[in-house]
Design a protein around this ligand. Structure first.
Ligand code: GLS
Length: 808
């Protein structure tokens, strides 16, 4: 755009925006509140996006291209306003105009609530995949639940996590469109009657409880193109607001009870990451968005396919994001048989061909299994179909492995009186994939080995990826500008082109520019910490960051114990030569996860101890940032020097934070787990610091024993000292972390924290040495950015297209 066109564009923008402000607020610009300024901009964005959205939908309605639908119980989309502006290519214009009009652009953006419709990596991955699909002009949509309350807001009070409801819809949400004309009725409970109509057995569902599912659609705009895909989130409502006869009899509360029971289904996101708690309401949620989503897809498909289901699985991919949407299998069977009149075999062929499944965890406590009675009671027809799927699967097994009853029983979808959702997903999908090479190998060789032997061709691997639009271009604009100036902009469309940066790997001028960007991002985070935690940190210190859900397997404890050890070393020798460090933590603990909450308490107690000890001369600081969410993450990743990825090997399926840090130039300090292994392959061993037990070693200890944490304790005085400090009052008068102490010693340290402690402290020493050589460090950091192309979610989507959905 030349400068006069640009000026024209800006003048137009200012005029339209001023008018829009009047429309939404009834005030002129000077008197409009920040909220109204935000709402006006949001309306303008929706106007811009919606014509492209309509065009995209018209194209898709012709059924010419294959459509992918991600079924996921979580979509952690983050704030969308900036993302729309970036993708529309007008972010700089809007920012400049806002400044010229005397408005606070950042404050306007901050008016948007951050929809916490996911717990962590699993939900965020879906948002990145939607972003990438649109960027690549590929038809892919999301299908999930519009929770009224997202993941709780975390406050830290007296060092402890307190949960507060996340009322993200309180000011409305301008980027969604409610489509009551596309509502679907979802049926729960009741009885099934088989009827013989003209020789055909049909199943009639009677006495069910109907719930209305109303879709809200959010446009997912592609980067600098015309594609706008859809994220459809379903909200539960009663068929009638209240029961009139009951109301007329004066039973007012009873009359509205049905309403609140219906609404409960989409009221709240279960706050567990990598965990399963088996609540009836959760099962209702799982069926709710599966049933509603499939019904709409089928209706739309048939409308543009002469009312026929022919070719359905050639045109539609139903992708099951972990097992929460596993009922897609039996539900699709139900619709195909009971509503479309197909026989079992034809219906089954379509179902398996349409469905694909991604597993996201191998933690046994996270694998879903529902009691048979609960499933049968709530979803009687679905349960019948699951029984039949299982019966036929067991027959198939018996043919394949005659007389091998123990093996066949261990693979049964229904066993020990539970419906096993991973088994159901594997049997009813044509593809099963893990999310990193190691994870996929563990699925094949351990977790799902029995199924792998039956269906080896179904098993695939697609390493996760993250959106470079959100986690580099938009959240680290200074780095984006520097990269653009240095290597041009082709990397915007092909992240592998970041490799071009390697030509600056020995260029001191580039080093200075690169380091200036990092420092500026560190200052921004330092400011945030000063404002929110009242802690002053040295921006030149190593920003050593671990941000993710708090979980034993992620081992925030290992990090915290090392901080305590470093503190002890500094107390012993105040002149200890070391680069100053700022250890930064953030992450939520599931509200019912006592141990994880104790870990938060421990970190904040260590922070109290360390930050108030003047004898350390500011060499060490510890900060726990409250309420980790997508918006906060966007401030954190660009500011990191060290990315802590220290899970017990074999437990973290992939990790995606590791990729976001890398893209922003942080050096990974990690175990050989999940995608860390692929980060090592991408950057080479001199640009990463790895340590610790391998997944095989962990597996062997778990299977065959041979590890005694007490032995390590007895041999290592450093460990004796820090473990005593957990319980001797060092961390606050009367404060004792007995449960943590016991888990490490009495219960033999199930996550190998003590076993890896020595390797970890060695690795941390290496980090210190490397950082003190600024040339080496800068080289490492540039290499990380340059080699991060493979972790773009665009690459992941391409892999899915080729390997799984067979689109190209
Ligand atoms: C998770 C895994 O724990 C992560 O390792 C993975 O990166 C993510 C996306 O695949 O999925 N599984 C889960 O239940 N929560 C996750 O974040």
């Amino acid at each position: 755009m030349n400068s006069s066109d640009r000026q024209k564009r800006k003048d137009e923008y200012k005029a339209t925006y001023t008018k829009k402000i009047e429309e939404v607020s009834g005030n002129c610009l000077a008197d409009a509140s920040l909220l109204k300024q935000y709402q006006a901009l949001a309306e303008m964005i929706m106007e811009d996006v919606s014509s492209q959205w309509a065009k995209t939908n018209t194209l898709y309605n012709k059924n010419e291209s294959k459509q992918v639908y991600f079924f996921s119980i979580e979509f952690l989309i983050g704030r969308l306003m900036k993302s729309y502006l970036v993708n529309l290519g007008i972010e700089d214009i809007v920012r400049e105009c806002s400044e010229e009009m005397g408005l606070d652009y950042e404050a306007i953006l901050a008016q948007e609530s951050d929809p916490g419709l996911g717990n962590g990596g699993l939900g965020r991955l879906m948002a990145c995949y939607l972003d990438s699909s649109s960027a690549m002009g590929m038809p892919a949509h999301g299908n999930g639940i519009r929770y009224k309350y997202g993941l709780f807001e975390q406050r830290i009070i007296n060092g402890e996590q307190i949960e507060v409801a996340d009322n993200w819809l309180k000011n409305g949400y301008p980027f969604e469109i409610r489509n009551p004309d596309k509502s679907v009725i979802v049926k729960y409970y009741g009885q099934i009657h088989a009827q013989n109509i003209n020789g055909n057995l049909t199943f009639v569902h009677e006495n069910y409880e109907p719930i209305m599912a109303i879709p809200y659609d959010i446009p997912i705009k592609g980067y600098h193109n015309e594609t706008v895909n859809s994220l459809r989130l379903w909200s539960a409502e009663p068929l009638e607001a209240f029961d009139l006869p009951t109301f007329n009899q004066g039973h007012f509360l009873n009359a509205v009870r049905h309403k609140s029971e219906a609404e409960a289904i989409s009221q709240i996101l279960y706050p567990n990451d990598n965990g399963f708690d088996g609540k009836l309401l959760r099962l209702k949620q799982e069926y709710f968005f599966v049933c509603a989503g499939l019904k709409r897809i089928i209706t739309d498909f048939k409308r543009s396919n002469e009312n026929s289901m022919d070719g359905f699985s050639d045109k539609i991919c139903i992708h099951i994001n972990d097992t929460h949407p596993a009922l897609c299998g039996p539900e699709l069977m139900r619709v195909l048989m009971d509503e479309e009149g197909l026989g079992w075999d034809d219906a089954w062929k379509i179902t398996v061909a349409a469905l694909s499944f991604t597993n996201h965890t191998v933690l046994p406590e996270a694998l879903e299994k529902w009691p048979v009675d609960m499933m049968n009671d709530l979803l009687p027809r679905i349960y019948m179909i699951i029984e039949e799927i299982n019966r036929r699967f067991l027959l198939e097994l018996n043919t394949k492995y005659p007389n091998d009853t123990p093996r066949n029983q261990s693979l049964s979808i229904i066993r020990d009186n539970y419906v096993h959702m991973a088994s159901l997903s594997i049997v009813s999908s044509h593809s099963i994939n893990g999310v990193a090479a190691l994870h996929s190998k563990i699925l094949r060789e351990e977790t799902f080995n029995g199924y792998y032997q039956v269906y080896p061709e179904r098993f695939h691997s697609v390493t996760n990826g993250v959106s470079p639009r959100r986690f580099l271009m938009s959240s680290n604009p200074e780095l984006k500008d520097l990269i653009d100036e240095s290597i041009g902009t082709t990397w915007h469309h092909n992240l592998f082109d970041l490799k071009e940066l390697l030509k600056y790997i020995n260029d001191p001028v580039f080093y200075d520019q690169f380091n200036a960007v990092k420092l500026s991002n560190k200052l921004r985070l330092a400011n945030y910490m000063a404002n929110h935690n009242s802690v002053t940190v040295d921006p030149n210190s190593i920003f050593d960051i671990q941000v993710k859900r708090i979980h034993e397997y992620k081992r925030q404890l290992l990090n915290a114990l090392h901080v305590l050890y470093l503190y002890n070393r500094l107390k012993e020798n105040p002149n200890l030569e070391m680069a100053p460090r700022t250890f930064i933590f953030a992450g939520k603990a599931a509200p019912g996860y006592y141990y994880a909450k104790e870990v938060i308490k421990l970190i904040t107690a260590i922070a109290e101890l360390v930050n108030n000890d003047v004898s350390l001369h500011d060499k060490l600081k510890v900060v726990f940032l409250a309420n980790f969410n997508v918006s906060l993450a966007e401030i954190i990743y660009p500011a990191a020097n060290i990315s802590e990825q220290i899970s017990t090997a074999g437990k973290e399926a992939s990790g995606t934070g590791n990729m976001k840090f890398m893209m922003n130039g942080a050096i990974t300090l990690g175990t050989m787990d999940g995608a860390n292994i692929e980060i090592l392959e991408a950057v080479g061993p001199s640009n990463i610091v790895t340590f610790g037990l391998s997944a095989d070693e962990v597996y062997n200890y778990q299977q065959h024993g041979g590890y005694r944490s007490v032995d390590i304790f007895e041999q290592d005085p450093r460990i004796q000292q820090i473990l005593h400090q957990l319980v001797d009052g060092t961390l606050g008068l009367g404060i004792s972390f007995q449960s943590i102490y016991d888990s490490l010693l009495l219960y033999n340290d199930g996550y190998f924290v003590l076993k890896d402690f020595n390797a970890y402290t060695d690795a941390q020493n290496r980090v210190d040495q490397l950082f003190r050589n600024q040339t080496v460090w800068t080289k490492m950091s540039i290499s990380n950015v340059a080699n991060s192309g493979i972790f773009s979610s665009d690459r992941s989507i391409k892999d899915y297209q080729q390997e799984i959905w067979k689109i190209i």
